[in-house]
Design a protein around this ligand. Structure first.
Ligand SMILES: [Zn+2]
Length: 198
């Protein structure tokens, strides 16, 4: 995984791809899969620390449910408390609607998409395909270039994280003088329901 918060910039960009997407849902979805990592360390230390929530099947079911729950219950109070974004607007955006569910789903998929190229094993098709048979293409690239597995993973990880840091800096610079936190955490103001997701 890139350090979990570095999934934010990618999620932000993804949320801009379709105006029906709801930023809070995409953002929460994009960080949710990593909650399994410390849990695996504690409860299943003999198993890979990326497993259920980093698989397409697990992310699209358990991960999706968790993301919808966390968005609905925790997003508005936490973001309004720490960033001063209007709680009513956040709460409105985090209502459980088909658009929010779709946004959470796209968020968890965005997590898998960002993790996949830079990770040396991927449970993306678990339980049908052994995670250790699925090496990310960026890691493969560095191995073909002559690095050992450890160094190849390190390069892929840091390249990905570096790109996300640059992207995040661009996002913050872009909105700095135009409602930074509102744009950063709420995205577009909640709009009247429209479109097939609604
Ligand atoms: Zn991850």
């Amino acid at each position: 995984m890139p350090v979990t918060p570095f999934h934010y910039p990618f999620a932000f960009v993804v949320s801009k791809l379709d105006r029906r997407l709801i930023l809070p849902g995409v953002v929460v979805g994009a960080v949710i899969p990593d909650i399994e990592v410390p849990l695996m360390w504690v409860f299943f230390p003999s198993l890979p620390d990326h497993l259920l929530l980093h698989s397409l099947i697990g992310a699209s079911t358990v991960g999706l449910l968790l993301a919808v729950f966390v968005t609905r219950v925790f997003y508005a109070p936490i973001i309004s408390l720490f960033f001063g974004v209007d709680k009513g607007d956040l709460d409105d955006a985090c209502r459980v609607t088909p658009a929010l569910v779709a946004s959470c789903l796209i968020g968890v998929w965005s997590h898998l998409l960002l993790d996949y190229p830079m990770h040396w094993y991927n449970p993306i098709l678990w339980p049908w395909v052994n995670p250790f048979d699925v090496m990310g293409p960026l890691v493969q690239f560095f191995i073909v270039s002559g690095l050992g597995l450890g160094d190849a993973f390190w390069m892929a990880l840091n390249l990905t994280q570096g790109a996300m840091i640059v992207l995040w800096a661009v996002i913050i610079a872009w909105y700095l003088n135009r409602g930074l936190w509102r744009n950063h955490w709420l995205g577009r103001p909640a709009e009247a329901p429209s479109g097939p997701f609604e």
